[in-house]
Design a protein around this ligand. Sequence first.
Ligand SMILES: *Cc1c(COP(=O)(O)O)cnc(C)c1O
Length: 380
Amino acid sequence: MKRNLLLTPGPTQVPPQLCEALGRPIIHHRTPQFQNNIKQVVDGLKEIYQTKNDIYILTSSGSGAMEAAVVNLLSPGDKAIAVDSGKFGERWVELCQTYKADTIAHKVQWGKVPTAAEIKSLLDKNPDTKAVFITLAETSTGVTPDVKAIGDVVKNTKAVLVVDAVSGLAVQEMKTDEWHCDMVVSGSHKGLMLPPGLAFVSASAKAIDLINKSTTPRYYFDLREYKKAMEKTDTPFTPAIGVLIALVDSINMVKKEGLNNMLTRYAHLARAVRAGCAAIGLELFPDQNCATNVLTAVKVPANIDGEKLVKTMRDTYGITVAGGQDHLKGKVIRIAHMGALDEYDILTGLACLEKVLHQMGHKFELGAALTAAQKSLNSK
Ligand SMILES: *Cc1c(COP(=O)(O)O)cnc(C)c1O
């Protein structure tokens, strides 16, 4: 029997307790029992988001929540700044353009992050900007910007700050209110350890004002309907009932471990993965000072076919890591350390990486990655 270990940045490993919760019989969604589930989920998400703002629950993958943000906040012709620092930032740009926003695509080199000073200068030149779109953890490159500093800039303008926290939520710090983030989107299948199916959108008063003014046609993702429904602890359409029921358990797992302890665990795993990779000559792809704890992207040695590496780890040994996207295809691998993973999952992944790299002819001392990772895990 082959294992199926997901060291991927979504979907992530679903722990056995949540598999059990997912297997429970479906109940009807217009019932007091289900309303109780909605209430627990919304209250729990507010704690994880660290917000008092509204939170709406959508049935879609993370990109659905991104689309909801764009169609509800922007009217055609509205000016928007969309930071493109990788595959997911690019999605903000494409969404804004699709809905005919006057889009300023702020391109940042892959592996680097936008700075608050850059955003400030763009906003100074474009005081009519309605929204600024950024990414908490850019999953394609493994970076995280200083959201707090960007929030401090945007809060003094007419624009709302919109954050894609799909991969970052419950894995790294996301202080929605303290950092003045007007809309934060996320989903069920990353830090919350469940299958895809649910997406979440938080909305501040500043965001709700734009939602009410948007002239962009919208139906399924019309957040005005979600607001009305949420006020009655309801959803406008049939939600992913099974995922929502299991999300109550997922949130309870976060509470039991403690959000801060969880974030510390990911930081601890991230350090070990980086130490292990460095010990066998795999260089970190992004700038060290902006690397996220969600995942580690490392460069594949020049003589190694990165796509074959990923495929062999997965198909021969049942350990899935992610390859590179776009121009990084075959050139980087991305090892996620988010969700239901512990030290031994990380060590298993590194052991497999060593084995396959060694078989493919990369020169290093077998065991070096494991030794470095073990030392990192044992140092506090
Ligand atoms: C996974 C992810 C998304 C959403 O992707 P879906 O496939 O639509 O769930 C968006 N942004 C980031 C940063 C992600 O990692």
